[in-house]
Design a protein around this ligand. Structure first.
Ligand SMILES: [Zn+2]
Ligand SMILES: [Zn+2]
Length: 100
């Protein structure tokens, strides 16, 4: 999952080896690109987020999505440990160098 490339999953641009990155679900993001795909808020260390088909969503928006769509079913399946659902839950860690 790691090392697919040095490209940011948010903007698609290459990430210099010296730049701090966020990792989530096997993807890397520029710190500034690790934002909620719904409201655009930057997700920072300590925030909870959900990965919806590889795109981070903040907890607030996630709850809105769950209330209003069938994604809830997938989330429930994921929560039940039913692997393979396109939703992953996580907590934002500390930014790291793209290469260590
Ligand atoms: Zn980026
Ligand atoms: Zn949001």
């Amino acid at each position: 999952m790691f090392g697919s490339s040095g490209a940011c999953a948010g903007c698609g641009n290459a990430i210099p080896a010296t730049e701090l990155v966020m990792r989530a679900g096997g993807s890397v993001f520029h710190q500034k690109c690790f934002t909620c795909s719904k409201c655009g808020n930057q997700l920072v260390s300590g925030d909870r987020y959900y990965l919806l088909s590889g795109s981070p969503v903040c907890e607030t928006d996630w709850h809105k999505i769950v209330k209003s769509s069938s994604v809830a079913a997938a989330a429930a399946a994921a929560a039940a440990g039913n692997g393979g659902a396109p939703v992953r839950k996580g907590k934002v860690g500390r930014p790291r160098r793209s290469r260590e």
